[in-house]
Design a protein around this ligand. Structure first.
Ligand SMILES: [Zn+2]
Length: 499
């Protein structure tokens, strides 16, 4: 779900259909056609790297990491050479952009974005970041096992130092953190996020206080701790995918520790889910969440495949799709009501509870709100306070206002201020997320942006095709929802900027 970086954005996809058809309608400029022809090689490497990265988390034997890492490194270098090829660069430089259509303009805009970054950052720095983060991931795991942040602190310090160098090389107008934010969400800045988080913080806290004082507030729910049969849960997940009209000739589902989505091509998208001993909600919401990501990639106009436009545009938009399916559909009472028999089948204890409490009890379980320590398990309201905490820390780290070794104290104080609770250990506090060890600083805010966007999308969707409660139980309701998303968002791939 959100444990890992839950979606890896690809930039183009395989096209089994007639190329001349595509080129005739969307890409006609002869220089653009030459650019796209060269780009196919970069695309091919990208897609095989994606397949390899999926394999690494789903099937690769434990000791496969070393040589896999080497092979991936070589492929990455080949990709960079192709991207910075002189003929390719001069084609891009000399194309007259005022003569291009929106698709062609977007090809140039997206390529320039990647090229500029690749030109400004020396490969030596990239290698150093790669090496440092490879090591840091191992150290983060150890530190987490030992519940000791100080073991990880020197590695995080080094990552921050290298990322700061990167921000200086790329350059920025107002804040170095802007450079890192832009990597995950084009044009996102500290100036915009400060307004965003300042505006949502107090209303969210007020809402949380209101809920805590209401008679509906519960500290825990009986279904959280009941064991379930994993085989039955697997069946339940496939029934949900079938209900969502998932095209299983183009989509597959597997298992991994941290659920994620990988786009191998427009006809081959992979999602994963997870199975724990208790708390079946987690497996179900992971499946639906990842399906939202997958559907976005599966519904991009296939004529954009093998071009820099053939995939989701940004993480904030991607997360809006996954959060829409997870929260607006998956936690909807009408949806849960359809699957009561599947829920009862999970175990005799669960069946007993559902028989007694009915859909209301299940609905309450899926929509509990309470402050908790772990972000990935947080509800829809407190979730954003978790993100605000990380945003504040990342911003201060990159600006040099705070140092890595001071993070546990800063984390605990900020969490107490935002959520009213204080972690008892580094394990349930500052060490919980993998992102920093991967060097993914600037990523977290896209989770909040995505959730808020999903609210806007729900609003627009209901205005034009009817309420979700109604659509969910309609024979063709899911088709209507999915074709709305296709028409308004998915089919454009990366043609428009996220904003
Ligand atoms: Zn996601």
């Amino acid at each position: 779900m959100h444990g890992q970086l839950c979606v890896k954005i690809g930039h183009c996809q395989h096209n089994i259909y007639n190329n001349s058809y595509r080129l005739f309608f969307m890409f006609t400029n002869p220089i653009i056609l030459q650019i796209l022809d060269h780009y196919k090689k970069i695309w091919a490497i990208e897609k095989l790297k994606a397949l390899s990265s999926w394999d690494l988390e789903v099937y690769m034997p434990e000791n496969g990491a070393y040589f896999r890492g080497k092979a991936m490194g070589i492929l990455g270098a080949m990709q960079q050479q192709l991207l910075l090829d002189n003929n390719f660069l001069s084609l891009i430089k000399n194309v007259q952009t005022d003569k291009l259509n929106i698709y062609e303009k977007a090809v140039i805009r997206n390529l320039n974005r990647v090229i500029e970054k690749n030109q400004k950052i020396p490969s030596k720095l990239l290698e150093e970041i790669e090496e440092t983060t490879n090591q840091a991931q191992i150290e983060w795991r150890k530190a987490r096992e030992n519940n000791n942040f100080q073991q990880f602190a020197p590695h995080l310090k080094k990552i921050v130092k290298l990322l700061k160098q990167k921000t200086e090389l790329i350059g920025y107008k107002n804040h170095p953190y802007d450079v890192l934010l832009d990597e995950y969400e084009q044009d996102l800045t500290v100036a915009k996020l400060d307004i965003f988080f300042n505006e949502i913080e107090q209303p969210l806290k007020n809402l949380l206080d209101y809920i805590k004082k209401s008679d509906k507030y519960i500290e825990s729910h009986p279904l959280e701790n009941l064991k379930y049969d994993k085989g039955k849960m697997r069946k339940f997940n496939s029934r949900v995918l079938a209900y969502l009209k998932a095209d299983t000739t183009r989509l597959r589902i597997d298992e991994s520790t941290h659920p994620f989505t990988e786009n191998i091509s427009v006809d081959d998208v992979r999602i994963t889910t997870r199975y724990t001993d208790t708390n079946f909600q987690n497996s179900l919401t992971s499946t639906i969440h990842e399906y939202g990501h997958a559907l976005y990639e599966l519904q991009v106009n296939r004529n954009l495949t093998e071009t820099p436009l053939g995939g989701g545009i940004s993480l904030g938009i991607h997360e809006s799709q996954s959060r829409f399916f997870e929260n607006m559909i998956g936690r909807n009472k009408a949806f849960l009501n359809i699957f009561l028999q599947d829920i009862k089948a999970l175990s005799p204890e669960i069946a007993k509870y559902v028989e007694k409490e009915g859909v209301e009890g299940v609905y309450k379980y899926f929509n509990m709100v309470k402050p908790s320590f772990i972000r990935v398990q947080a509800d829809e309201i407190t979730y954003h306070l978790h993100i605000k905490l990380r945003y504040q820390i990342e911003k201060d780290l990159i600006q040099g206002n705070i140092e890595a070794e001071d993070l546990p104290a800063i984390w605990n104080e900020t969490m107490e201020r935002l959520l009213g609770i204080k972690p008892k250990s580094d394990f349930e506090g500052v060490l919980q997320d993998v992102h920093w060890s991967l060097g993914a600083i600037g990523y977290f805010p896209t989770y909040s942006i995505g959730s808020f966007n999903s609210g806007l999308i729900k609003y627009e969707l209901e205005k034009s095709i009817g309420t979700l409660e109604h659509l969910i139980v309609q024979e063709t309701g899911i088709e209507k929802i999915e074709s709305f998303l296709k028409d308004k968002i998915h089919k454009y791939g990366s043609t428009y900027t996220p904003e």
